[in-house]
Write a protein that binds this ligand. Structure first.
Ligand code: DC
Length: 238
């Protein structure tokens, strides 16, 4: 892999519900880049494991499932707020993978080294294909360490819980704000203390806190960072 291979990758990492996906979509649109939310892969695998009756601690069964299932991301075909179509063995599971049931165990599923390895190859292939905004936890540190731009997006846990709660309510999910805050804290703890690829900012990442900023303001900040890295022009569309 040459040092320049991933110049056109914008890596956006950060904790759950920091606003990464929404902001990344707008940024990708402005830059004419593909949006690749890598959490979708872990979520689709988690959904498939629930359906198959596999325990979240059963690493080998999860890897075997990851290798035999067909996960595909495609540009959205339905205008219902989705960022992309997520297809699991051909079935549209875009919203099913965002359910509280998946939220509750996805951190455990994604904590296994072999599970992460099984999904890594796929992520790198997509990253090499062209201009892409990649969203995740370890894009700048592990998946694409030579990304042209690395951003670490953060916000306080209370702010993130408020946003995730509003999002779930809008979709008709009945959960309390306290439950969401507990869930976010629990996931932060698992994501940042796991042995394999823990959530942390890459040393050369630009850290951006979204507390008190609107989505448009955050997108403006990120757009400025990307363009500054390409000397005033969008290297992504070059
Ligand atoms: O961003 P999200 O909430 O959709 O991510 C779901 C889970 O997947 C989350 O617990 C962290 C994990 N994840 C990961 O470990 N590495 C990534 N690159 C993306 C997500």
């Amino acid at each position: 892999m040459s040092a320049d291979q991933h110049r056109h990758v914008v890596a956006i990492d950060g904790p759950a519900a920091a606003g990464k996906s929404t902001v990344a979509r707008m940024l990708a649109e402005g830059l004419h880049a593909l949006l690749f939310d890598t959490g979708s892969l872990y979520r689709a695998l988690t959904l498939a494991s629930i359906r198959a009756g596999i325990e979240p601690g059963d690493e080998l069964a999860l890897v075997s499932l990851a290798l035999r299932m067909d996960i595909d991301l495609a540009p959205p075909t339905i205008a219902d707020g989705r960022l992309a179509d997520v297809l699991l063995d051909g079935e549209d599971v875009t919203w099913l993978i965002r359910s509280p049931e998946v939220d509750a165990i996805v951190s455990k599923v994604s904590g296994h080294r072999k599970v992460r390895d099984a999904l890594l190859v796929h992520q790198r292939r997509i990253a090499a294909a062209g201009p892409v905004v990649m969203v995740g936890r370890d894009i700048g540190t592990v998946v694409v360490p030579d990304a042209g731009v690395k951003i670490f997006l953060d916000a306080s846990d209370v702010e993130r819980a408020r946003r995730r709660h509003a999002e779930l309510q809008a979709r008709g999910e009945q959960v309390s704000l306290d439950w969401v805050l507990d869930d976010i804290r629990r996931r932060d703890e698992i994501d940042s203390t796991r042995a394999v690829a823990p959530l942390r900012a890459a040393e050369d990442a630009v850290r951006v806190s979204t507390d008190g900023l609107t989505i448009d303001e955050v997108v403006d900040v990120l757009d400025g960072i990307v363009r500054a890295h390409w000397g005033g022009q969008s290297g992504l569309t070059a």
